[in-house]
Write a new protein. Sequence first.
Length: 190
Amino acid sequence: MARLFVALEIPAEVASRLTLHRGGIAGARWIEPADYHLTLRFLGDVDRHMARDVDAALSDIAAAPLTVTLDQLGSFGGDKPRAVFARVQPTPQLSELQADLERAMRRLGLPPETRRFTPHVTLARLRETSPLDLADYLARHPIVQPIVFTARRFAVFSSRDSIGGGPYLLEAAYPLDPFGGFAPMRARRR
């Protein structure tokens, strides 16, 4: 079985800009820039038969390329911080793509996603980081000018069964094309 998720890739030049925010906080385990992504739908452990069904369902999704804007750093976990992320401005197009993916996966019988979709790019996982240290870090690391890119495809990635999951492997990619009629681009493994 493979542990899979559907995501937008982060271009190398955007990842490079995000790395400027690395460091300066105790208890952080920084994500490798090559592993930055915007998760659209976690699929979990999927056998080969379901993976083929997922591939067919994803091939049927038609959406236009998306403008993605990262505008500020934030954190998850409240009083027990567990992650630092770059926030992605929600847009109707991004929400619609995510909802289409959710509906397609539910039709296949995968359990519904229980967490509300909060578009973000995880930069670090935190362990035993104090909320005060985190607040200080966030105050010192603003995204001064929003980082904007165009997502021209979404992809399925596999991850290891470990904390943080990386490194992630590209399994298949699906062009964002409002006209449909496309076949998925296969990655190196199948």
